[in-house]
Design a protein around this ligand. Structure first.
Ligand SMILES: Nc1ncnc2c1ncn2[C@@H]1O[C@H](COP(=O)(O)OP(=O)(O)OP(=O)(O)O)[C@@H](O)[C@H]1O
Ligand SMILES: [Mg+2]
Length: 265
């Protein structure tokens, strides 16, 4: 039996009177690629924030790599890397500087840091651009850099909140092949959210579907398809939640970015 690297029991988060995450339980096995799927506002990011010590649960328990992040947040933080739904790179720094800064934050010793930065930037095919300012990068390059940065301190778990959102299909495929290679090469457990169901079906070993803060199904894609008598995960999702997962949507932030681009012209 492979051990569970993530265990979540009866986790709940309220914002005032509103329950965003409602008594959810699930586990992720070491070395798995795990997809956490749900429509807009289902509670995915809230769950990731609780797992990664950014938000306190209202109730419930979490174990990450045998550590309770509520009791030992600093120790827990060493065991995971995270790529947020909203970009969090410093545009005015180079790719290398973004990596180096992060390494300093995580107290990665200088020699080790240098080696690891080179290894990761090469792996994600950004080494040639290491001295370019991030603001000159394409969306796909920024995402790759965020993933590289999340891996700098050799985490055992990588959390990816919508890693491929807003990217073209070819770039999305590239990102997934890097992630799958990493998963194999370093045996990193990957916990990701996406609203691209085909991607989830292709890459995930295991899936949980959350809707209105409740887990409505979990298992392999195959199990969910059998359970709902459907042909693909997209249809299984529809059968389980009664709705299609949101299509490409423009968030307020994307809208502002587009508007800024237009104004500059
Ligand atoms: N800080 C907050 N205060 C109040 N309500 C919040 C807060 N953060 C999130 N919510 C609400 O909690 C619910 C879950 O939000 P969350 O961001 O976890 O959803 P999500 O599944 O990540 O959605 P998306 O697919 O849009 O990223 C939503 O209804 C959201 O409006
Ligand atoms: Mg979210």
């Amino acid at each position: 039996m492979t051990e569970n690297i993530i265990e979540v029991n009866h986790l709940t988060r309220k914002y005032g009177d509103f329950t965003a995450v409602n008594d959810i339980s699930f586990e992720v096995k070491k070395g798995q690629i795990f997809a956490f799927l749900g429509p807009n506002g289902a509670g995915k990011s809230t769950t990731i924030k609780m797992l990664t010590t950014l938000l306190n649960p209202t109730q419930g328990n979490i174990q990450l790599n045998n550590v309770n992040p509520l009791n030992e947040p600093n120790l827990a933080r060493k065991s995971f890397g995270i790529v947020f739904q909203d970009p969090s790179l410093d545009d005015e720094l180079t790719a290398y500087e973004n990596m180096d800064f992060h390494g300093a934050l995580y107290h990665v010793p200088v020699d080790l840091r240098k080696k690891r930065i080179e290894e990761l930037l090469k792996f994600l095919e950004l080494w040639d651009r290491k001295n370019s300012l991030v603001k000159t990068f394409s969306g796909g390059m920024k995402r790759r850099l965020e993933i590289a940065r999340g891996l700098l301190h050799h985490p055992k778990i990588l959390f990816l909140d919508e890693p491929t959102i807003g990217l073209d299909p070819q770039t999305r495929n590239h990102i997934w092949s890097y992630i799958q290679n990493l998963n194999k090469k370093e045996n990193i457990t990957v916990f990701f959210t996406t609203h691209y169901m085909q991607e989830a079906e292709l890459v995930a070993d295991s899936v949980a579907i959350i809707d209105h803060g409740k887990i409505v199904a979990k298992g392999t894609s195959q199990e969910l398809k059998e359970q709902t008598k459907t042909q693909n995960l997209e249809d299984a999702f529809l059968a389980l939640t009664g709705k299609t997962i949101r299509e490409e949507e423009v968030t307020g932030k994307d809208y502002m970015r587009m508007a800024h681009k237009l104004w500059r012209k």
